[in-house]
Design a protein around this ligand. Structure first.
Ligand SMILES: NC(=O)c1ccc[n+]([C@@H]2O[C@H](COP(=O)([O-])OP(=O)(O)OC[C@H]3O[C@@H](n4cnc5c(N)ncnc54)[C@H](O)[C@@H]3O)[C@@H](O)[C@H]2O)c1
Length: 301
């Protein structure tokens, strides 16, 4: 079995002061990566801040013989993103890996959602991932190598009551990763998404008794693989929970087509809904070109 090593690699893990991010930072460092441990050190809803969380993880890595530096910036501003990447370059000379993991919750049912709770969640999860990833992407492109892991959620991919802001931000990350995978392909950059389920301070109350089966460390192997040189996979989404790893995908089914001489109506959609919704024979497009190709097969030309 090939051993996965991070010798010579520089990784940024955002929100690595606790929960899932801490486990990623510890594991990458244990396998030889030089790691920037970023964490604002705030509460689950994004209030406050402290250097203690990131520093503690850096201390843990160093005690175990690894190499890491802390960064306490918020991912949620362009300046914060630039500064996090600069920390990697100043300390270790480059950046090879970005694990976008920082996150907060401001759960409210849609009818009660306040705009400040929308902004706060979009700023950290979605815009934060842009702010950290763009300066890192530029460096990776110049170096001809890179790995991105974005952290989405089943709340966005599948839906969950009370999480419109969070679910929309998380699905936004799927779009970001898909396009980075396409734009980074020629430069050896791979980009993938993880949807974890794990017992952390964010989920403790939700998971109840199931929590003991869902340790954050059981998500870490998948993220470690996706961040590694051994990862040839790109443009994909994975569920990782309790040691079960599974692909999640967006498929395009064959659908229904009334023929070139037929002008379709809403009644056609109603009458043919079962064929339109049929999942047999789907493809998993890796760009809009694949969809156009499939369409050309149906429409001709
Ligand atoms: N735990 C789960 O079951 C689960 C499920 C789906 C998705 N996720 C996602 O996984 C990621 C990690 O979550 P977790 O469960 O480990 O929770 P967590 O609260 O333990 O970790 C999130 C970390 O992000 C940090 N952070 C928050 N805002 C930040 C900012 N602006 N800049 C830098 N750091 C910031 C926090 O201080 C915290 O340490 C999040 O993106 C979360 O949405 C978690």
């Amino acid at each position: 079995m090939a051993e996965i090593s991070f010798d010579g690699r520089v990784a940024i893990v955002t929100g690595a002061g606790g929960g899932l991010g801490r486990t990623y930072a510890l594991e990458l460092a244990r396998r030889g990566a030089q790691v920037v441990v970023n964490d604002l050190g705030g509460s689950v809803d994004g209030q406050g801040g402290s250097d203690a969380a990131a520093q503690k993880v850096v201390d843990e890595i160093k005690t175990a013989g690894g190499d890491a530096v802390p960064n306490y910036d918020s991912v949620s501003t362009p300046e914060g993103g630039e500064s996090i990447v600069k920390t990697a370059v100043d300390a270790f000379g480059k950046v090879d890996i970005v694990i976008n993991n920082a996150g907060i919750l401001r759960d409210k049912s849609f009818a009660k959602l306040a705009w400040e709770d929308l902004d706060a969640v979009l700023d950290v999860h979605l815009k934060g991932a842009f702010y950290v990833s763009q300066p890192a992407f530029r460096i990776m492109k110049d170096n001809g190598y890179g790995r991105f892991v974005f952290t989405a959620s089943n709340a966005g991919v599948f839906g969950n009551f009370g999480q419109t802001n969070y679910g929309a931000a998380k699905m936004g990350l799927v779009g970001l990763s898909n396009v980075i995978a396409i734009e980074g392909e020629k430069a050896g950059i791979k980009s993938n998404v993880v949807c974890p389920v794990a017992a952390t301070r964010m989920t403790m109350e939700l998971l109840g008794d199931f929590a003991e089966k869902l340790q954050p460390e059981s998500v870490t192997p998948l993220v470690t693989f996706l961040a590694s040189e051994n990862c040839d996979v790109t443009h994909e989404i994975f569920s990782a929970a309790g040691g079960r790893y599974a692909r999640i995908f967006v498929g395009l089914a064959p659908g229904w087509y009334g023929g070139k001489d037929h002008t379709p109506t809403a009644e056609d959609v109603l009458d043919n809904l079962s064929q339109i919704e049929k999942q047999d024979g789907y493809i998993v497009p890796t760009s809009i070109t694949d969809e156009i190709g499939s369409l050309a097969g149906v429409l001709g030309g």
